[in-house]
Design a protein around this ligand. Structure first.
Ligand code: MEV
Length: 361
């Protein structure tokens, strides 16, 4: 059975709390956000034509012919495929998007040219690129899901086992994109909702009945993860006892955040107030760790003017922050952010992971 039309989507991610302390073995909490990458595949009636994939956000067209497919074939495991592609790079600037497709061609068991022939794929995304919001992971998950569904076509709902397989494939694609990814971004894009991680491993996953609207704001200052991690390391070298106490406090914030989001026995308004407190407490510690900057402080200060709570997400020093919206109309805040040249993305926390939006045969 050949797929004639397929639509899948996967969310981006946000670190809610625990950045920097997670580097020192503490827990961090991430959430899927409802800014999604969407992949649509349609089969043209011309069965002899090529496989085409258009990445709209970067305007990149990738084409595979039958001859190229036959030369690459499905011949090896994911690990072997990643190692082979990385080894072939030598000193050349890698074409990572093409490598991702080649990886799927060489390591999807049972893949035949008939599955790909005449397929026109378009990928678009609501996520800004390279902003710490997991845009590449959501692309990796969409690609992994498409190849899975091409060889195992079935109706919409994915089983847990299928999600695990898609996540494994997406992690391999992330290795092509990023070298040594932690696996958190693709796990959030795949499973959705909320994920707690520690030392690179998922230690808890959960859903929540709380509806938590937020706005993610891009400071438009390039994020500098390595630099910020190093800055905190140096600070810790100078003040080990104080910085370790701050790291332990962040860990406690993560614990309380998880309890609040799991919605343990309180009124929603009270939970939202607790979450707001925790957001501001965590932001205060990140400021103490010196990873705040002028733009991020401006955005979070502006939110405070409207009585709203915000914090950096990710390494700081640039990149994004988020503001809890508390179900209040936020148009004035959004207008003011736009007038200051910041880019805002209203969305919500804890949404669905990879989703088959439509499939036809
Ligand atoms: C960056 O998104 C999060 C940090 O904790 C660094 C890391 O965990 O690798 C700052």
């Amino acid at each position: 059975m050949l797929v004639s039309h397929l639509e899948v989507s996967a969310p981006g991610k946000l670190i809610l709390c625990g950045e920097h302390s997670v580097v020192y073995g503490k827990k961090a909490l991430a959430s899927a956000i409802d800014l999604r990458t969407r992949l649509t595949a349609r089969r043209s009636s011309d069965r002899l034509s090529t496989f085409n994939m258009h990445l709209l956000t970067v305007d990149r067209l990738i084409q595979v012919t039958e001859r190229e497919f036959t030369a690459i074939g499905p011949v090896c495991s994911l690990d072997e495929g990643v190692n082979k592609l990385l080894a072939e790079r030598a000193d050349r600037e890698p074409d990572k998007q093409l490598e991702a497709i080649r990886l799927l061609l060489m390591s999807t068991p049972g893949l035949k040219w008939a599955h790909l022939s005449g397929l026109c794929v378009e990928v678009s995304s609501e996520l800004p690129l390279a902003a710490g919001l997991g845009s590449s992971a959501s692309l990796s998950v969409c690609l992994a899901a498409m190849f899975h569904l091409l060889i195992t076509p079935h109706v919409q709902l994915l089983t847990e086992e299928e999600r695990n397989d898609i996540n494994t494939t997406a992690f391999a694609i992330e290795r092509i994109f990023h070298g040594q990814p932690s696996g958190i971004d693709n796990s959030v894009a795949c499973y959705g909702n909320y994920v707690v991680f520690e030392r690179g491993a998922i230690i808890d996953r959960f859903t929540s009945s709380l509806e938590l609207p937020i706005v993610v704001v891009n400071s438009r200052v390039a994020k500098q993860t390595c630099e910020q991690v190093l800055k905190v390391r140096r600070l810790r070298e100078r003040h080990p006892v104080v910085v370790d106490a701050l790291m332990n406090s962040i860990n406690e914030i993560v614990t309380e955040f998880v309890i609040a989001i799991k919605n343990a026995g309180s009124e929603p308004d009270e939970l939202v107030q607790r979450i707001n407190d925790l957001v501001t407490l965590n932001q205060g510690i990140l400021h103490s760790l010196q990873v705040n900057n002028l733009q991020l402080a401006n955005i979070i200060g502006l939110a405070a003017k409207y009585g709203l709570h915000g914090k950096i997400t990710g390494s700081g020093g640039g990149g994004c922050c988020f503001i809890m919206l508390d179900h209040r109309p936020a148009q004035c805040l959004l207008d003011e952010l736009t007038s200051l040249n910041f880019v805002s993305f209203p969305t919500k926390l804890g949404c669905q992971g990879v989703t088959v939006e439509n499939i036809e045969f």
